[in-house]
Every structure is written in structure tokens, then in C-alpha cells.
Design a protein. Structure first.
Length: 243
């Protein structure tokens, strides 16, 4: 009797484990299929039925795993941002060894390589491009779950390079100035960039030269901002002491 109960219990546990594995596989297939279709057609023109058919399952599974197509789209956005540049890779670049300038170089290498390597044609980059150029109501989820944690790391590094508090307006301006070329490379058509700037070099073979230039340009700009802000910071400190 006891042996029979153990066997029944073991079979039940094995069955539950298989169902969990099957569920995880189905969820991953739905995410991948949705990413491809959202990249191709956009959120508004993609249906749960199309996604399920591409994933080889039924439309009800979209509701079961994601609570609906809206929840699935939010998951796709976050996954796309992770595939573009993961938080772990960013933290490794920003918090690793080296002075702030070396860390800034590693940061720019991450972004430039991400937009110039062959993987930049993947659905993840195309989904992000669509969302940046034509934001949906679900952008706030992407910002909260993916953008803000990475933004915090970047602001911390730039404030360190500038020698200013991360809340200082010049830190935000410097981050914007550094990020703007990366965003352009992300959203602009690569062939169009080559036509307008034929000598630029915006593919994988030119990545290192582009990284070197952007690092020099960023550090030069930051140095000028630091020189401009230093006297004002000194005046503010003296005023605070006098008060």
C-alpha cells in the first residue's frame, strides 16, 4: 500500500513538472512569435489569434500566460530592451574596474555594438524603434521596468565624470547629449545614414572608429561642462557656508 502511494505521488509530481515545463515553453514561444509580429506590423495591427497561430497554440493561451494581448505586448517591450542591452551588461560596464572615463568607453561600446552588429536587425530592435517613434500607452511599463534602472546607472556614471550631483541639470543634459547619437543609430535607416553621411561608417566594421570618436567627443564635452560648472559650484558652496 505504502509503495503504491509513493509511486502514485511520484507520477503526480512528474506530471506537474512536465506541465510546468510545457507551460514555460508555450509562454516563451508566444513571446517570440509576438515579438516577430509586433516588429513587423505594430501593436495595433496584430491580433492574439495571429500570435497564437504563429506560436502553434490557441488564442486562449495568450490570456492564460499574459492576461491578454496588452500584457503580452508589455512583456515583449521589456524583453526587447533586455536583448538590446541587458541591465547586467550595463552594470558590469558601469560598476566594473577602471576610472570613470574607461567606464564611459565601455558604456558607449555596449550601445554602439548593439546597434551595429547583425543582431541589430532582430525583432527586439525593431519593436523598440516602433515604440520610440510611435509610443503606445504601454510605454510606461517599459520605462518603469527596463529604462529607469538602466538610466539610474548611466546618470550615476555621468555625474561621477562631471563631479556633480546626479540631480544636477547638467548631468541630464550630458546624458541626453551622449545618448542622442545612439538613438539616431537605433531608429534611423542604416542605408539612409550611409547616403547622407557616406564617410561616417555605421556598421560593424566601422564600430571601433565610431566608438573612439564618440568617447573623445563625449569626454571633450563633459570636460567643458565641468569647467563651466566648477566656478558656479564654488560660489554656491561659499554662499552655503556664509549662510
Amino acid at each position: 500500500m505504502a509503495l503504491s502511494m509513493k509511486r502514485t505521488s511520484g507520477k503526480r509530481a512528474s506530471g506537474q513538472r512536465r506541465r510546468r515545463e510545457d507551460g514555460a515553453t508555450t509562454k516563451a514561444q508566444l513571446l517570440e512569435a509576438a515579438g516577430v509580429l509586433f516588429a513587423e506590423k505594430g501593436f495595433d495591427r496584430t491580433t492574439a489569434k495571429e500570435i497564437a497561430e504563429k506560436a502553434g497554440t490557441n488564442a486562449a493561451s495568450v490570456n492564460y500566460h499574459f492576461g491578454g494581448i496588452e500584457g503580452l505586448y508589455e512583456e515583449v517591450l521589456v524583453e526587447a530592451h533586455h536583448r538590446f542591452v541587458s541591465l547586467q551588461a550595463l552594470a558590469s560596464a558601469v560598476e566594473g574596474e577602471g576610472d570613470p572615463q574607461q567606464k564611459l568607453r565601455r558604456l558607449l561600446e555596449l550601445f554602439i555594438n548593439a546597434v551595429t552588429e547583425p543582431a541589430s536587425s532582430s525583432w527586439a530592435v525593431r519593436v523598440l524603434t516602433r515604440e520610440i517613434l510611435s509610443p503606445t500607452p504601454y510605454f510606461h511599463t517599459l520605462r518603469r521596468k527596463a529604462i529607469e534602472p538602466k538610466k539610474s546607472l548611466i546618470f550615476g556614471l555621468v555625474s561621477e565624470v562631471l563631479g556633480l550631483p546626479r540631480e544636477h541639470p547638467s548631468v541630464a543634459r550630458a546624458c541626453f547629449s551622449i545618448a542622442a547619437p545612439c538613438f539616431l543609430l537605433l531608429v534611423a535607416d542604416r542605408h539612409l545614414i550611409k547616403q547622407v553621411f557616406p564617410a561616417l561608417g555605421a556598421d560593424a566594421t566601422d564600430a571601433q572608429a565610431l566608438i573612439d570618436h564618440m568617447v573623445r567627443f563625449a569626454l571633450g564635452g563633459i570636460a567643458e561642462v565641468s569647467k563651466h560648472e566648477a566656478p558656479q559650484s564654488s560660489v554656491a558652496r561659499r554662499s552655503n557656508k556664509a549662510g
